[in-house]
Design a protein around this ligand. Structure first.
Ligand code: GLP
Length: 243
């Protein structure tokens, strides 16, 4: 648990943890996330790679999730996001990057994600953001959660939150392929970064008690032996977290 002065500092800390994993094992497998939160983290990785401080030449990556129905050349797809916000700007071999596919045979795609997570070792580190309702990946708050990769029906609140990236809210896909809880928790270490008052209730559930509930999927991170939650002081206050 790390409380920083600012979101910028949180991103710096997360980038340092990712780089430490890569320095310790240049062939590390990294689990990566999309959304607004990780963008400054990726910018730091790009800067450090361009400055020659770190190389991703042998790194392998696997992403958490992808919208159903969008192909990788669609600017709203998570493949496009990863290519343009990270992969195209660092020295990674693109053939070693994996983003789930939300097109075609979805059942086969789900099985492929779980294979990618586990083949030749599980991720050294899984980076996570968090949804307003506590979702991780696209595992929505619900009575029942899934352990393995599956197709998720997105909630109205998630569709509304993600609408900011689309021209029209009707354009936001209503389904996504996402790693399940055990696929996420399989990583050797987890780094979750959160900022903003909208995340306060979810963070309160994650940090302020010892309860695990499917109504806040992030609470399952309490079962992981090496999960680091990084939030800024403003969010800690909003969530009622006392350091
Ligand atoms: C989406 C992604 C999540 C992400 C969440 C929060 O639902 N599937 O991986 O954590 O959005 O996004 P943001 O960081 O933009 O708040």
């Amino acid at each position: 648990m790390i409380v920083t002065k600012s979101y910028e500092d949180s991103c710096q800390r997360a980038a340092e943890l990712i780089e430490a994993a890569v320095l310790a094992n240049p062939q590390a497998k990294l689990g990566l996330a999309t959304g607004g939160t990780p963008l400054p983290i990726y910018r730091r990785l790009i800067e450090d790679c361009k400055a020659g401080k770190i190389s991703f030449a042998k790194v392998r990556t696997v992403n958490l999730d992808e919208y159903c129905g969008l192909n990788g050349s669609n600017t709203q797809s998570y493949r496009w996001f990863m290519d343009h916000n990270l992969f195209n700007e660092i020295d990674i071999d693109k053939t070693n990057t994996y983003v789930p596919s939300g097109l075609g045979d979805l059942a086969a795609n789900c099985r492929e994600v779980d294979k990618k997570v586990r083949e030749n070792g599980v991720p050294e580190l899984q980076l996570l953001g968090i949804g307003n309702n506590g979702h991780i990946g696209f595992n929505e708050a619900a009575d029942l959660l899934h352990t393995e990769t599956h197709i998720e029906q997105l909630t109205e609140s998630t569709i509304a939150a993600n609408a900011r990236f689309f021209d029209k809210s009707e354009d936001v896909p209503t389904q996504a392929i996402t790693m399940g809880l055990s696929s996420i928790l399989a990583a050797k270490s987890i780094v979750l970064v959160a900022t903003g008052a909208a995340k306060a209730a979810a963070i309160r559930g994650l940090l302020c008690n010892d309860e695990v509930t499917t109504q806040n999927p992030s609470t399952f991170l309490k079962l992981h032996p090496n999960a680091t939650i990084i939030i800024d002081a403003a969010l800690a206050t909003a969530a009622g977290y006392e350091n």
